[in-house]
Ligand binder design. Structure first.
Ligand code: ADP
Ligand code: MG
Length: 477
């Protein structure tokens, strides 16, 4: 992906910068002047960290340099020429041919092709990158309240990689909620707008494997060098390197070096930085220094919007009521929604003449709907048990009238979670706790207030909630 994008890029880069330059010309006069200057250019090639634009004689160099060099440099940078290359006008012989996408052997021996090779080798020495999924673009990403903040941050980063304070951009959230999609969308955007950028998209697992290989092959300096040349590093699923101290240390150094040179880093994780277990404090500190954004489970409206967008892509006409049925019943994450839609689409392809009814959809999706139910319905008993285990007390303790602080917190927390995570009425909860409903209400409210001011309590609550397979963000408004 990267290679394809980059190796053919020398001529593309040049053409793109010329068209950018044309775009910024405000008057017809400026444009026509430029059209007269451009044919005077005899060559354009990279020579030692400079982008040298050639003219046939010194007169043209002296005349055009003050007018054109700076705008051209800006345009080249905007088109993707790495910032460290400056533009210089100089006397050069005419370039035989514009660099072709695949140079013939004769052409490859010609000097002008060097530009291409220099760009290519400069850019080739980047780390291995996974191909970007072609559908994971901003255009295909449906925005909703659950992801709008993350989406806005991703757009900002894509438009100005390394140039915003969102560095790193740290995106976290449960699985299947669109973290990887959003991360790859940044990659697509950057490559489309500056084809010469080196975008590296890897999982932390790949980073780990490459690191291990580098150690085994005694090539750690080359490994480091490669990563430090990247313009945009997209590191997916950072939680994978939990507890792996050496690779964390290596990443810490890579991270610092990239930030120092204003390169963009984007990281995804299934939990927020502060909840990353077995991570070095200093690394967590770094993760928090840019922008941390969460993607939450989509609301009904967003689920329906996602379904409509994905349904449109299948080119099948799926009745609105079926889409609504899926959005109502498959709530956990987007990947599950896609799976449900795929099943419906397969049915429609195979049974084209049978009209799709809600009953059929119910039948087709019965397994997923069952699964969703187990995610949705927690019993008060489950909650009491999980809370009691966490605090090292028993369910009897929670039900007892004893009012020591070691029991009051777990009891009230269990009440709070029962209010938040079940659909039981206050009276039903009170009955199960063997208390009055005023006591349950008071208990839940006390915890709600304490959560705002007691980070430790909040952490405990998050842990308990995650042990029950749920997300704390579901209950904190
Ligand atoms: P994660 O990395 O968070 O586990 P992914 O990015 O792999 O999740 O997303 C899972 C699937 O859901 C992908 O196919 C992705 O395209 C889709 N998806 C998630 N969120 C959205 C969204 N807001 N709009 C469109 N598709 C989405
Ligand atoms: Mg992912």
């Amino acid at each position: 992906m990267i290679e394809n994008n980059l190796i053919t890029s020398s001529e593309e880069l040049w053409q793109k910068s010329l068209s950018l330059l044309r775009e910024v010309m405000e008057t017809e006069q400026e444009r026509s002047q430029m059209e007269r200057y451009v044919p005077l250019i005899t060559s354009h090639l990279i020579e030692n960290n400079e982008y040298v634009v050639g003219f046939s004689d010194q007169f043209h160099v002296d005349w055009l340099s003050p007018k054109l060099a700076l705008p051209l440099e800006r345009a080249l940078h905007a088109a993707g020429l790495p910032e460290e290359f400056h533009v210089r006008f100089a006397v050069r012989e005419k370039q035989e041919s514009i660099t072709p996408a695949t140079p013939s052997p004769e052409l490859a021996r010609n000097k002008p092709i060097e530009a291409q090779h220099t760009v290519a080798s400069h850019l080739r020495s980047i780390p291995s990158t996974m191909p970007l999924h072609e559908n994971y673009t901003f255009e295909n990403f449906v925005r909703g309240p659950s992801n709008s903040f993350a989406h806005a941050a991703a757009i900002a980063v894509a438009k100005g990689p390394g140039r915003t304070s969102y560095n790193p951009l740290f995106i976290y959230g449960g699985t299947g909620l669109g973290k990887t999609h959003l991360m790859e969308a940044i990659g697509h955007y950057v490559l489309n707008h500056s084809p010469a950028s080196s975008v590296c998209f890897i999982t932390s697992e790949t980073f780990l494997n490459e690191y291990i290989n580098a150690i085994q092959n005694d090539s750690l300096p080359a490994f480091r060098e490669r990563y430090r040349k990247v313009d945009v590093l997209l590191l997916d699923d950072v939680q994978f390197i939990a507890g792996k101290e050496k690779v964390q240390e290596e990443f810490f150094n890579t991270f610092n070096s990239l930030i120092l040179y204003h390169k963009q880093i984007v990281i995804t994780s299934d939990v927020s930085p502060k909840n990353l277990n077995k991570f070095e404090e200093r690394l967590i500190g770094r993760f928090q220094q840019g922008m941390v954004v969460e993607i939450e489970s989509p609301s009904y409206e967003t689920r329906l919007a996602i379904l409509k967008s994905k349904a449109q892509a299948t080119q099948k006409i799926i009745p609105e009521e079926i889409l609504k049925f899926i959005a109502e019943n498959i709530r956990s994450h987007v990947r599950a929604i896609e799976g449900a839609l795929a099943r419906i689409v397969t049915f429609m392809s195979m049974q084209g003449d049978i009209p799709l009814t809600i009953d059929i959809a119910k039948h087709l999706l019965r397994d997923s709907i069952e699964e969703e139910k187990t995610i949705k319905d927690l019993s008060i008993g489950d909650i009491m048990k999980t809370v009691a285990t966490f605090y090292g007390v028993t369910i009897e303790d929670i039900l007892s009238p004893q009012r020591t602080q070691t029991l009051v917190t777990p009891r009230q927390l269990a009440m709070f979670l029962s209010r938040k995570l079940t659909t039981k009425s206050l009276q039903e909860i009170a009955d199960e706790f063997k208390k009055t409903h005023a006591t349950v209400l008071h208990g839940a409210q006390t915890i709600q207030k304490r959560l705002d001011v007691e980070p430790d309590l909040k952490k405990s609550m998050e842990e308990i909630v995650s042990r029950m397979g749920r997300k704390a963000s579901d209950i904190l408004e």
